[in-house]
Design a protein around this ligand. Sequence first.
Ligand code: SF4
Ligand code: SF4
Length: 100
Amino acid sequence: MNRPALRKYVNPQFLSDLPEGPCYDAGHLVTVNAGWRTRKPVLDSEACTGCYICYMNCPEGVIFKSDDKVDIDYDFCKGCGICANGCPKDAIVMIREGEA
Ligand code: SF4
Ligand code: SF4
C-alpha cells in the first residue's frame, strides 16, 4: 500500500515558531477532506476574542491565525467539535454539513 510521505516534524522551541498557516501549508497533512465530515464548525468572528485556545486544541492543526483572530481550513477539518467545546466565548458552533 502506498502511503503519502510526511515531512519531518521539528518540535518548536517557542509559540512564535508554530506555523501561522493551515496544516497543509505547514506540511503536516498531505490530502484534503474526502467528504466524510458530518458536522462542521462555524466561527462567529464578532464573538471571537483571538485567545487562540482553539488554535492550540485542534487535533488536526487546521485552525490558523487570521487578523488577530482565527479561521478554519475546511479542506482538512474532520468535524470533531473540540474547537467548539473549548471556546470560552462560544464563538464556534457545530452545524450539520449542508446547513450552511
Ligand atoms: S477559542 Fe474561541 S475566542 Fe478563542 S480564538 Fe478560538 S474561536 Fe476565538
Ligand atoms: S472541528 Fe475538530 S478538526 Fe475541525 S477545526 Fe474544530 S477541532 Fe479542528
